[in-house]
Design a protein around this ligand. Structure first.
Ligand SMILES: [Zn+2]
Ligand SMILES: [Zn+2]
Length: 113
């Protein structure tokens, strides 16, 4: 149920992102990448009132939705969890501010579930 992907951008920005939740705790904790106007890309618990985990701001936008993600017209979502889904390409990079960020299923991380 949980998966770890990597996001990467042409500018060199990259980081792992955890999506979904663990078998025992997904009703309380499940994660999806959001963009916080202050903090950039953050993992937000979608089973609680949505807020940035770093600055507690409720002004967070899920990846996969405009204006954080553009051209989300792929036939099949590349990543998906609950009501959230996103294509592989077209996401806002918190480092360079362009929509060149993409999701990548990584072989470098082991599923934590
Ligand atoms: Zn924040
Ligand atoms: Zn970038």
């Amino acid at each position: 149920m949980a998966q770890t992907l990597e996001v990467m951008c042409v500018c060199g920005y990259r980081r792992p992102v955890h999506i979904g939740g663990l078998m025992q705790t997904w009703r309380e904790r499940a994660y999806w990448p959001f963009h916080c106007a202050t903090c950039g890309m953050v993992s937000v618990n979608i089973q609680a009132p949505l807020a940035c985990p770093t600055c507690a701001s409720p002004a967070v936008t899920p990846y996969g939705e405009a204006p954080v993600s553009v051209k989300q017209d792929c036939d099949f979502a590349y990543v998906q969890a609950w009501d959230y889904e996103a294509c592989q390409y077209g996401h806002l990079c918190p480092a360079c501010g362009q929509h060149d960020l993409k999701f990548e299923r990584s072989r470098h991380f082991i599923l934590s579930d």
